[in-house]
Design a protein around this ligand. Sequence first.
Ligand code: ADP
Ligand code: MG
Length: 600
Amino acid sequence: MPNIVGIDLGTTHSLIATIGHGVPRVIEDAAGRPIVPSVIHFGGDGTVHVGRDARDRMLDDSGHTISSIKRFMGRGLEDVREDLELLPFEASEESENIIRIDVFGREYTPPQLSALILKELKRMAEAALGDDVRNAVITVPAYFNDAQRQATKDAGRIAGLDVLRIVNEPTAASLAYGLQEQKHGTIAVYDFGGGTFDISLLKLSEGVFEVLSTSGDTHLGGDDIDQALMRMVMDETGRDLEPHELQRVRAASRRAKETLSDSETAALEIPEIGFARTLERDAFEAMIAPIVERTLLPCRQALKDAGIEPAGVDEVVMVGGSTRIPLVRRKVEALFGRTPHTELDPDQVVALGAAVQADILAGSRRDTLLLDVTPLSLGIETMGGVVSKIIPRNSTIPASASESFTTYVDGQTNVKIHVLQGERELVRDCRSLAEFDLRRIPPMPAGLPRIEVKFLIDADGILNVSARELRTEKFASIEVKPTYGLTDEQVETMILESFEHAEEDIELRLVIEARNEARQILEASAKSIDGEEYAELSAEEKQRIASGIAKLRSTMEGDDHQAIRDAIEENEQATHRLAELKMNAAVRKALKNKRVREIQ
Ligand code: ADP
Ligand code: MG
């Protein structure tokens, strides 16, 4: 399989990586920069910028600049009200099940917006590799539920990617360090980024990663450290600052913070407000210690949930830009009692691991078996609001299981299948994933029907549920589209819309597709003209084929896709009888062989 890429679709930054000569590497843009800010800017004239260009416009045109879209993937309005209040863009009130963000009177869903980022990454990779990129592995946080994973997959489809696998970020980080080769052990992945903190504990057994527990803080990151420095500047300045001055303070604070990861002192200079001082690492560490300390609480919680002591952790992996801070490294080392892995670039480690996973899927690493497990149990509702589990948590995926149920009422002709996710016993404590009906069962006494419910989870953790009444063979099935998700039709429409609004010319795309098809037809024609069936054709038929080919050859040079399509059609008609003759010959041959085999 050619060119499978790994993508880290992050809250603030995204990256795309591939394998070259067996080694994962992050792909850079034309200017040699690997990181694409996860920011989208819409211009009033219909232009769309993604990445650095969009981020640069954030200050002047924040209302039309979308950031942190990952926080909204697969969520409903109630889930994200708090986040929305912190961001400058507006969601429509009809966002109950899917957030719709309004820009210049047009509504965009999170998968559509994420697709714009994915397209930019795809474009970058195609430019760097000089080839089409279609197949991708995309990472998501370990705590993402089915709806959030599905939304990520939808984003990939809208961007024109085949998402071969959705992989947990901590699993990817572990793969980047090659930890799967150790076969067994417990791994802690500490991910301290710009706006979020995540800790995941993974168990590796026989090369299979299992998520033991996750914890974190969705509003804790390097931004909080920047703000602590900004507060110090404002206290020392002693006056209120204008918004544009604040931006300068923010940028200078962040620079000073980053310098202090490598040097003992940093200059914090903001000429615009007449501020200048030197910052010592010791003073900085004293200031940020409470923030770093806040990351340790979720770590302890995750250890407790997984039922392991810090000493039971065999490997610690550091992810995210903020893990460059020496104090962070020391605190993590002290908690787990071992030196964390920091050899790889903490910004790149997830993308690199995604590329390793892609390589495994491409079959380049035959010795590695890599499977994930379901993080939560799946089941259906039975009498009295009780959940009957069908696939228990931590099952290795892909997984399938079935169980038989029956009716409780005489003559019941409809059975409602209510699919649930969670560990608790009662329906009201679990998450409802979907509901569907098995209808028109012939009336039978209660307890007589045998309804087999089958659950199938594919390698991405996406669930398909079917129900069959075994006595009458009534059947119903559903791909579980989580409550907060898009329907297939909606995704299709978005795919079409994304073409309409793409910068790349749709006409050109059609021409290229038509040309590719024409090329294949010409190759096939060249072959059949060599064959013996061609000799059976009349002179007139041969003439028609020849002129069809000539016409197709000349039309495909031009850029009228409709004309190319017409010529293809004409060609097909001209070769119709030849194709028929060949088909007959092939069938005769197949039958002949068969008879021989049967006699033996
Ligand atoms: P996210 O996963 O949230 O998208 P990243 O992992 O890219 O975020 O981390 C971004 C954060 O890392 C920012 O707050 C940035 O200032 C911080 N960062 C980057 N480099 C350094 C450094 N050398 N020292 C300290 N912090 C850094
Ligand atoms: Mg990250």
